[in-house]
Design a protein around this ligand. Sequence first.
Ligand code: ADP
Ligand code: MG
Length: 406
Amino acid sequence: MTDKLVVKNLFKVFGPDPDQAVELAKQGVAKDEIYRQTESVVAVNDVSLSVKERELFVVMGLSGSGKSTLIRCFNRLIDPTSGEILIDGESLTNAGEEELRQLRKNKMSMVFQHFALFPHKTVCENAEYGLKVRGISRRERREKAMAALEAVGLDAWADAYPDNLSGGMQQRVGLARGLAVDPEVLLMDEPFSALDPLIRREMQDELAGIQEKYKTTIIFITHDLHEALKLGDHIAIMKDGRFVQVGPPEEIVTAPADDYVSAFTHDVDRGRVLRAESVMEAPVTLQAGKDTASSALARMDEAGQDCLYVVDEKGQPAGYIRRAMLADLSGDTKITDVMESSYPRTDPDRLLFELYEQCAEGVPVAVQSEDGKFLGVVQPSQVFTELVSDETATESQDKAPAGAAQ
Ligand SMILES: Nc1ncnc2c1ncn2[C@@H]1O[C@H](COP(=O)(O)OP(=O)(O)O)[C@@H](O)[C@H]1O
Ligand SMILES: [Mg+2]
């Protein structure tokens, strides 16, 4: 996949003396001290990143860490003080007015935390807004807005007015407005932060599907680590204008770059970050129609496992056999006569903690794609190990003396 958005050494300073402030920042002087000396705020401090096409890149940081300033530089709502921004390899920092207009029109849209809808326009007219600004014909506008409303589950409300919608639904209209223009890059600045927890979780769950449908690259901002871990392909942790770590969720949790990041992540439940596909292994299998009790036993001994899946001629699971089920059988018993055909299964995206109950019987969980393809198995022992190691990690953190380094 090619790079969609590349940012190199970006700085944004607010205040009277940006050049001096950047100079001090480059020397490693702290944000507060720079403000004391120059009365200028270094909001974005030497940020570099690259986001691949169709990636969901999350920037996570506390309030005031510079997230909004950074994302506003991407569509030049804010002019960076120095550094470079490239979209599809083309410089955005040198773009003139007309180029910028084209860029905002054709490539990017933005969704905010508080999305102001027009109260006297219908839901559909609100969703059409970005298209109207772009001079798209009425018919095409309606078509695209309706598709976007459908994507966010609001097509039935197209002719209603915002007043009749809940806060969560209004936020969905905001998202539909952003999507209707079919942006190559969607900038989302804490779009779910103002929502009730349940609605918020619903929106989080739906976002991946929406992104898939619109094949868009998303830069998503949040102050919530759990939201970041749930949504991000890559996550940047931002502090005082800087990126302190960039990596996939698993890495942020298992290998925090410094004390700041580990303070955030130490109480994160690894079972809620690691997914079935990241811990599954290739299954040792038995063939339906071929294997017998004796060949099954031999295979178990060879693999050092007590439970194996039986697959049909297409390679899809038909059931499983445990060692105990083979006792007292004559060796030539067909495996399909004695196998258990209802088996625990999961899709590859499922988080480990969700597999806990399915693991209770000790049978490996079959990981299958949507179309039934057998991708691998998750061993119950692995699920239990992750969940337990998580507890011990938390315990040892608790036992460390207060203020101890690391
Ligand atoms: N227009 C502005 N003028 C001066 N300072 C600003 C302005 N906008 C933001 N800041 C400062 O820049 C820093 C980053 O702010 P912001 O990007 O809004 O952070 P976040 O979105 O992470 O909460 C903060 O210290 C904030 O006070
Ligand atoms: Mg902000």
